[in-house]
Structure formats: C-alpha cells, structure tokens
Design a binder for this molecule. Structure first.
Ligand SMILES: NC(=O)c1ccc[n+]([C@@H]2O[C@H](COP(=O)([O-])OP(=O)(O)OC[C@H]3O[C@@H](n4cnc5c(N)ncnc54)[C@H](OP(=O)(O)O)[C@@H]3O)[C@@H](O)[C@H]2O)c1
Length: 301
C-alpha cells in the first residue's frame, strides 16, 4: 500500500512509519522541514508548507491512503492567546489544505485517517464515553470539533474517513508521561489535583497497531476512541507508575498550584475523559497492551 502522511515526523508518526515500512508499505511523509526529518530507510520525506495544497498534489494522486497527523504541539508551552490560536489554526489549515488537494487531484486515495483527540468530549467527570457521546463545550473540545470538521468534505469526494480520537499516548520521550517522570524519579511523585480525574491512556504500540488495523479494515469509518479498554484515574495511574519505577507515591500537588504553574493548559492533567474504545472492540481489534503496568514497563524500556 502507498501511504501519504501529513505531520508524520512527530511522536506518533515516526512509530507508525516504522511499522508501515516493516510490513512493506511505501511511505511518504509531508513535512515543513523535510531535510531535517529522520525516517527509517525505505520511507521518504517531501515538502509542504502546512497550509496549502501547493506542490504536493502529485504525491496524493499516487497514494492509496492518507493520514493527517499535522498540528501544533498542544502540550509544548503555556496557552496564551497566540498559542491557542496556533493550536486551532494549524489543524484547521492543514485539514482544509488536504481537502483542496483532494479536489485538485485526478485520482484520489480511498481512505483518510484523520487525527483527533479524546478532548473532543470535553470535561465530563465520571461518564463512560463511547464514540456516541456528544462533544464538550470547552476550548479543547471546540478545537477537536473544528479539526474533525476541517476534512469532512473529503467524504463527499469519495474518500472513506476514519477519525482517531486518541487518548494519552504513553512514551518516555514525549507527552504527559515524560513530564511526570522527573518528580517520580526524584521521589516526590503523588496525585495531581484530586487524583480522581480519568486518564484515558494508550500504549504507543496500540496507538500504532490500531491505526494499522483501521487502515486495513474495509468497514472502518467515522470516529474511533484510541484508548486502552480500562481507563484509570490519575491516582491509579500515579500509583502504578510509582510501583513500576520502584519509587514512593505520596506528595500531592494541589490543583491551584498546577493552575498557577501551567495556566489554562493545566486542564491537560487536571481534567480527563473516561473514554472507552467501544467501536475498536466491536470491529474486532485486540489490544496488545491492555495492562497499564506492562505498558509502562515497555514505554520506560
Ligand atoms: N501524542 C499524544 O498523546 C496525542 C494524543 C491525542 C492526539 N494527538 C494528536 O495526534 C497528532 C500526532 O501526534 P504527535 O504526538 O505525533 O504530535 P507531534 O509529535 O507534535 O507531531 C505533529 C507533527 O505536526 C507537524 N506540525 C507541527 N506544527 C505544525 C503546524 N503549525 N502546521 C502544520 N504542521 C505542523 C510537525 O511536522 P513537521 O514539523 O515535520 O511539519 C509534527 O511532527 C497530533 O495532531 C496530536 O495533537 C496526540
């Protein structure tokens, strides 16, 4: 299969590209800095500007499937007005560029995997959230709604669209887990806020394998929660991490301190979704890492 990936140079993209190449797929990654992208042998990088279809429609015409992971990193820095605008705009712009490229193409791929996030559901403290749950009303939900909407027109162009509502991807080299590691390693790990908020985690392995499963499954379309079958509260997550690291779990960080430190971005650790992968399980996906301890051990090497 020939796969074209927008934003495939990041944390999820790199791992996904590696697996595609391993199984013999031909992969092209569109990047704003193709000369700096490190890809496994067999994959190639090509240039795009991140917001127009200029110069890459021919790559799309050669592809069997498209994957759109592009967007400004959500956890990279405090959310001031400018960063919040960039987080939203980079996703809407890349999605709209993708639709314009599809409109211009003489031949179109049959499938689009479109990134999104469980943040779509907003802050709903205890509800179990399947893909049927409605969108929330906070900033991150509205970003996810706009993000998903940005490529909706692809469906009218005959492209089957799968929405990847991803949870917290576990890796020691990025995202929430990397930031938690330092206090835990320094023996000062403990609950963040109440500790009762849900953390809808997924191992990087399952994130990638579920994406491959959806890429290959002819009946997959619409939204899919990419989260482990057993979401846990932050307290359970922290206790398990402490056990895996052989460190204590004791020092709470109150919510007000996190709000002071991180501002509005503190919602990423203080709020969460009890999301479950109902549609993935219905379609027959078997999780490789359903157990949090095992997933953490693998993520930490
Ligand atoms: N990791 C998680 O836990 C998680 C959870 C839920 C959802 N997601 C979503 O899944 C997608 C992939 O996640 P990831 O962790 O691999 O993200 P990532 O490491 O931040 O990579 C995203 C890629 O998007 C491109 N990009 C960055 N800023 C951009 C901009 N302003 N305009 C266009 N492209 C831009 C970059 O590629 P170039 O610099 O090469 O152009 C980057 O490699 C993201 O959209 C993310 O929000 C991730």
């Amino acid at each position: 299969m020939r796969v074209l990936i927008l934003g495939g140079s990041g944390l999820i993209g790199q791992a996904f590209v590696r697996r595609l190449v391993e199984r013999g797929d031909a992969v092209t990654v569109l990047s704003r800095n193709p000369e700096r992208v490190r890809l496994p042998a067999g994959a190639q990088a090509a240039a795009w500007d991140g917001h127009t279809p200029q110069g890459w429609v021919h790559w799309l015409e050669e592809a069997d499937a498209l994957v759109n992971l592009a967007g400004e990193n959500i956890g990279a820095g405090r959310w001031n007005a400018e960063r919040k605008a960039r987080i939203r705009q980079s996703r809407v712009d890349s999605g709209q560029a993708l639709v314009r490229a599809l409109e211009q193409a003489q031949k179109r791929p049959g499938l689009l995997l479109q990134a999104s996030a469980v943040g779509y559901y907003g802050v709903k403290s205890q509800d179990v959230l399947t893909e049927e749950a409605p969108a929330g009303e906070d900033y991150l939900s509205s970003v996810c709604v706009d993000w998903e909407h940005s490529t909706q027109a692809a469906e009218a162009l005959g492209v089957r669209r799968v929405l990847l509502r991803t949870g917290l991807v576990l890796t020691a080299t990025g995202g929430a887990l990397e930031r938690l590691l330092l206090p835990f390693r320094l023996f000062i790990g403990g609950p963040l806020g109440s500790g009762q908020q849900w953390w809808p985690w997924i191992s990087l392995r399952d994130q990638v394998e579920a994406m491959l499963f959806l890429l290959d499954h002819p009946q997959a379309s619409g939204p899919f929660n990419l989260t482990a079958p057993q979401p846990v509260t932050m307290s359970d997550f922290g206790r398990t991490l402490a056990r895996v690291l052989g460190r204590p779990y004791w020092l709470p960080v109150p919510a007000f301190a996190l709000r002071l430190l991180l501002g509005e971005m503190s919602t990423l650790v203080l709020d969460g979704q009890r999301a479950v992968p109902a549609r993935l399980l219905q379609l027959g996906y078997t999780f490789r890492q359903p157990d949090l301890s095992a997933a953490l051990r693998e993520a930490l090497g």
